[in-house]
Design a protein around this ligand. Sequence first.
Ligand SMILES: NC(=O)c1ccc[n+]([C@@H]2O[C@H](COP(=O)([O-])OP(=O)(O)OC[C@H]3O[C@@H](n4cnc5c(N)ncnc54)[C@H](O)[C@@H]3O)[C@@H](O)[C@H]2O)c1
Ligand SMILES: O=c1ccn([C@@H]2O[C@H](COP(=O)(O)OP(=O)(O)O[C@H]3O[C@H](CO)[C@@H](O)[C@H](O)[C@H]3O)[C@@H](O)[C@H]2O)c(=O)[nH]1
Length: 488
Amino acid sequence: MVKICGIGAGYVGGPTMAVIALKCPSIEVAVVDISHSRISAWNSDQLPIYEPGLEEVVKECRGKNLLFSTDVEKHVSEAEIVFLSVNTPTKARGLGAGKAADLTYWESAARMIADVSQSNKIIVEKSTVPVRTAEAIEKILAHNSKGINYQILSNPEFLSEGTAIQDLLNPDRVLIGGKESPEGQKAIQALKDIYAQWVQEDKIITTNLWSAELSKLADNAFLAQRISSINAMSALCEATGAEVSQVSLALSKNTKIGSKFLNASVGFGGSCFQKDILNLVYICEGNGLSEVANYWKQVINVNDYQKNRFVKRVISSMFNTVSGKKIAVLGFAFKKDTSDTRKTPAIDVCKGLLGDEARLSIYDPRVTEDQIQRDLSTNNVEWDHPIHLHPLNPTMVKQVSIVRDAYEATKDAHGICILTEWDEFKTLDYQKIYDDMQKPAFIFDGRNILNVGKLREIGFIVYSIGKPLDSWLKPEGHAYSGVMDIIP
Ligand SMILES: NC(=O)c1ccc[n+]([C@@H]2O[C@H](COP(=O)([O-])OP(=O)(O)OC[C@H]3O[C@@H](n4cnc5c(N)ncnc54)[C@H](O)[C@@H]3O)[C@@H](O)[C@H]2O)c1
Ligand SMILES: O=c1ccn([C@@H]2O[C@H](COP(=O)(O)OP(=O)(O)O[C@H]3O[C@H](CO)[C@@H](O)[C@H](O)[C@H]3O)[C@@H](O)[C@H]2O)c(=O)[nH]1
C-alpha cells in the first residue's frame, strides 16, 4: 500500500487528507500534528473543527486507511509523499513584522523531514507560502540529504471554510507546480494520479513551481479585492440613496464580471485574505514594486475602513455613545457554517464597541465562550496562530457575556449588531425581540440578511450596509465626528 503523510491537522490538513483517504482506498493516509489535543480530537467524536460533511468522511475512513497521530517522525519517515499543511501566519516580530509570512512552523517541519527521512520523497506544499519558498525548503533538505532525492511540488489549496468538503470533492481546479526536469515531471504525475481518482483530468493544471506559489496569493488577492470593491461601493450607496444589493445584481448579470463575491459586508475575515495580501505586498516591496504593493495594500485599507465605518455608525446612531448600553452581537465566526474566528470582523467591531464602553452580549451558534474571550483579549498579531499555541488563561473581558441564544442576547438590549450571516438569524421572531428591547431599538445588519422594510414596520431603527438610510440616521459625512478609528 502506498503511504502518504499530511503534516498539520488543521482546517486544510484534516479535511484534505480525509478526502484523499476517502477517494483513494488503496492509499494509507497518516495525518500528524505536534498538537496532542488536536490529534486526540481527530480521534474522538468531537472533531477539532466544524465543517459540514467532515464528520461523515472521517467516520468512513478512520481506522481503515486514515489515521491521526502525534508520532510525526515515524509517519514522515515511512511516507512516499508528504503533504505540508502547517500554518504560515503573518510574522509578528522582527524583519517584515506585520506583513511577511512567518515560516517558523514551515521550517521546523522541513528540518524534521530532513532529519528522519531514509528514502526518496515527494514533498507537497499545501500551505500558502511566499513565492520561491520551494527553493528554501529544497536548500534545507539538500543540506541534510544523506543521498536522498526530494522532489518539491507546489499544490496550493483553494478550499473555503464552511464548504471545505464540497470544495475538495468537486474542485474548480487542482493546481500542481513542479520542476521541468524529468524527475520533477515524474513527481507531478504521481500527484496527478492521486487527484485523478476523483477529479477530471482537464481540471488538473500543471505549471512551474513559482507560478503555482504565486497563483495562490493572486487568487486570494483577487477575491478580497472584489469584496473591498463592493464594500467601497456600499459607502457610496449610503451617501447617494443607491442600494448596494441592486448594484451587485446589475454587476452580476455582466458575464465578464460574474456573480460571486459581490456581497457587501461589515468586512472580510478569515485566516487567509489579510495574511496573504500582506505577504503579497511584502514580496512586491522586496522586488522594488512599490506601486504594485500600494495597489494591493488598498484592499486591506478599504476592509479596515469598512469595519471602522460600521462601529462609528453604531455609536453615532445611538446618540454618540454606547457607554453602559447593552449591545447584542449576533454571530462571531468569520462566516456562516464554521466555528473559525480567525481575523473575524467581529473581533474588531466588538473591540471598537468595548472601546466606547458598551456592554456586549454575544451569541454565535458554533463559537465557544472560551474562544470569544480569547479573541477579545488577545492582541492582533497572535490571532492567526493555532488556538492551542495561544497563551493559557487569557484575561476575561468583563463587559462581555456570551449567551446561548439570540433571544437572551437581545433581551433588554439597546441595539443589535448582526456580524455573521447564520441562516437562523433570518428567521428569528423580530417582533418578540423588539418587544423585549430598550426603545428606541436599533438593528445594524452587517451582513444584509434581514428584511429592512419589515423591521421598520415593527418599529426598529435599521442600518443595513449599503442600503438607503433610515431617516433617523445621518449621512456619513456628518455622522462620525468625535469617534476614533478602531483600527489605526
Ligand atoms: N484555512 C483555510 O481555509 C485555508 C485554505 C487554503 C490554504 N490555507 C493555508 O493552509 C495552511 C494551513 O492553514 P490551516 O488553516 O489549516 O492552519 P491551522 O492552524 O488550522 O493548522 C495548522 C496545523 O499545523 C500544525 N503544525 C505546525 N507546525 C507543525 C510541525 N512542525 N509539525 C506538525 N504539525 C505542525 C499546527 O499545530 C496546526 O494544528 C496555511 O498556510 C494557510 O494559509 C488555509
Ligand atoms: O461576497 C462576499 C464573499 C465573502 N465575504 C467574506 O469574505 C471572507 C472570506 O470568505 P470566503 O472566501 O468564503 O472564505 P475562506 O474560507 O476565507 O476562503 C478564502 O480563503 C481560502 C484560504 O486561502 C481560499 O482557499 C479560498 O479560495 C478563499 O475563498 C468571509 O469573512 C466572508 O464573509 C464577503 O464579505 N462578501
